[in-house]
Write a protein that binds this ligand. Structure first.
Ligand SMILES: Cc1cc2nc3c(=O)[nH]c(=O)nc-3n(C[C@H](O)[C@H](O)[C@H](O)COP(=O)(O)OP(=O)(O)OC[C@H]3O[C@@H](n4cnc5c(N)ncnc54)[C@H](O)[C@@H]3O)c2cc1C
Length: 516
């Protein structure tokens, strides 16, 4: 979303969300109402929260619900990245792109689509804007006011040991929370700033499909958007500086996705140096060097999806003794307390795992620790995640390499989806469920699932880990037939079969012979 400010940006100005249409007007009226009047500050707040993305909103709603006096400060749009320029708009266009993929494969299902597929890109983007506006009601300033939260629109900064300043008003706090999130890292490539590039903050404002799109970065954001734009009709080239995309994931999982990308027609360029970008005849020319050879690639747009940087500037953190790093963000202990014990942090600004659900989970910890002398620890969280490509890759717990580093021996149970009836019936046989347990036991250490709806399946494993349920218990769980989640049950059954040692089998055989 391109945020335009008419003059030099002062944060009390109204962000201009492009394009101008009824949906973005509805969005703005929820998350940064034009006629919003900041309230008169209370004499002192239990909590002053800077940043109203997921972390800030969840902290504010939870704390106010428990009776705390809460001030919430937001300089742009309530809802932060997730609602406005992250999860919500990306998942809306991914859904449209999956429809395209399904239509291309319709013949295999006995459905003729004689005229071919025509993607109406402006309508795809309009659908996204309409749904985003609809969802924005959950994060609206008026809703939070009704919940008893004092919402201040403007840039917040610490102005004293127990004060935050916003729009000329001073908010006194007992405790404060930094929930200011991150912004996209601008690639360090010569000429790219002059040539211009898109980030997650601008790509969802497009109304015209780029004919040729270069995506820089093969992490989750780059992969999701590369595949979505390819399926919506752009020619896509994905640059990634490692040997496989999604390099946090196991290579066997990433390999399945790479094959899917290749079938989609995405050109993958690994481990090449992106040297320079220049504008030529209306195009952007990217000069690259691969294995000592130079090449030029011409595109219409470049999308940078190569990392996030914490929003630490302008908060005056030094003055209140909050230590931070310009790359890692605000430093917190296990209780999410910063180096100033009265100030906590939650969400992307302080976390390694930057997800909406971790922003939510850490907000809940902060409420307990900051307001109720709680001692909740972020290290106790079990954090799943999912990259919403096709197929999706979801993970929770340890990878095998993590277990090896810790000297933990594992047994691994893998079920390929081409052995699962429902996946075969759905024509979605690509993928697997891979579960690691502590060797000789059924204690689940970690799981990777590659499947079209892996994000829906991983919660069963997360529940098992959180509830200390072993793989043996999962083998006793009746799964409706036919479902793709039966792959989990099959892996669990494979574990149960390992319990049938030759000795026990011998006993059974003798018993059965005797009772014949
Ligand atoms: C393209 C994309 C897709 C994503 N998809 C997913 C997904 O599918 N699932 C998932 O779990 N996660 C996803 N994420 C990540 C998710 O969006 C973030 O983890 C989440 O938004 C973090 O919430 P937060 O509250 O910590 O920070 P943010 O959402 O960044 O909110 C921080 C807020 O603080 C405000 N702020 C900053 N400084 C100040 C200041 N000085 N004064 C006042 N306000 C300030 C900002 O304006 C912002 O509104 C995606 C991210 C991107 C970019």
């Amino acid at each position: 979303m391109r945020l335009h400010y008419s003059q030099e940006m002062t944060m009390s100005q109204i962000p201009e969300v492009l394009p101008h249409d009824v949906h973005n007007e509805a969005l703005i009226s929820n998350v940064h109402p034009v006629d919003w009047q900041n309230p008169e500050p209370a004499s002192r707040y239990n909590l002053v929260i800077i940043g109203a993305g997921t972390a800030g909103l969840v902290t504010a709603a939870g704390a106010a619900g428990l009776g705390a006096k809460v001030a919430l400060v937001e300089r742009h749009l309530l809802g932060g990245d997730c609602l406005n320029v992250g999860c919500v708009p990306s998942k809306c266009i991914i859904r449209s792109s999956r429809v395209v993929a399904d239509i291309y494969e319709a013949n295999e299902f006995g459905i003729r689509v004689p005229e071919g597929v025509e993607v109406d890109f402006p309508v795809v983007m309009e659908r996204m804007r309409e749904l985003r506006a609809q969802i924005s009601a959950h994060d609206s300033a008026r809703r939070f006011k009704d919940l008893g939260v004092d919402v201040f629109l403007g840039e917040g900064r610490f102005s004293g040991p127990d004060t935050v300043e916003v729009g000329g008003k001073t908010l006194r706090f007992k405790k404060a929370v930094i929930a200011t999130g991150t912004k996209p890292v601008h690639p360090a490539i010569d000429g790219i700033a002059e040539a211009g590039f898109l980030t997650n903050e601008t790509v969802f404002s497009l109304t015209k499909r780029p004919r040729r799109l270069a995506v820089i970065g093969g992490g989750p954001i780059g992969c999701e958007l590369a595949q979505a734009f390819r399926r919506l009709g752009s020619e896509v080239i994905l640059f990634h500086n490692a040997s496989h995309i999604l390099n946090r994931e196991d290579s066997d999982a990433a390999e399945i996705l790479q094959q899917s990308f290749v079938r989609d027609g995405i050109r993958l360029i690994f481990n090449c140096k992106t040297k320079r970008v220049e504008r030529k005849n209306g195009s952007k020319v990217i000069q690259i060097e691969c294995g000592g050879k130079s090449d030029e690639i011409e595109v219409d747009e470049i999308l940078a999806g190569a990392g996030r940087a914490p929003n630490v500037e302008g908060l005056n953190l030094e003055a209140v003794g909050v230590k931070y790093d310009k790359r890692e963000g605000v430093q917190v202990n296990d209780h999410l307390q910063t180096t100033n014990p009265r100030i906590y942090a939650a969400g992307d600004i302080c976390l390694k795992y930057k997800f909406t659900h971790t922003a939510d989970a850490t907000a809940r910890i902060v409420i307990q620790n900051a307001l109720f002398l709680g001692r909740k620890k972020q290290s106790a969280l079990t954090i799943p995640w999912c990259t919403y490509t096709d197929p999706e890759i979801a993970h929770v717990g340890m990878y095998e390499r993590d277990a090896q580093e810790k000297g933990i021996a594992v047994d691994t149970f893998i079920r390929p989806l081409n052995d699962v009836d429902r996946a075969i019936a759905d024509g979605e046989e690509e993928g697997f469920v891979k579960i690691h347990v502590r060797k000789g036991t059924d204690k689940i250490l970690g799981t990777t699932i590659v499947a079209r709806h892996a994000g829906e399946m991983i919660s069963e494993i997360t529940l098992a880990i959180v509830g200390h349920l072993g793989l043996g218990t999962l083998s006793r769980v009746i799964h409706p037939y036919p479902t793709q989640a039966e792959a989990i049950k099959q892996a669990a059954d494979a574990y149960s079969r390992t319990r049938l040692t030759p000795f026990i089998k011998g006993l059974f055989t003798r018993w059965l012979a005797w009772t014949r």
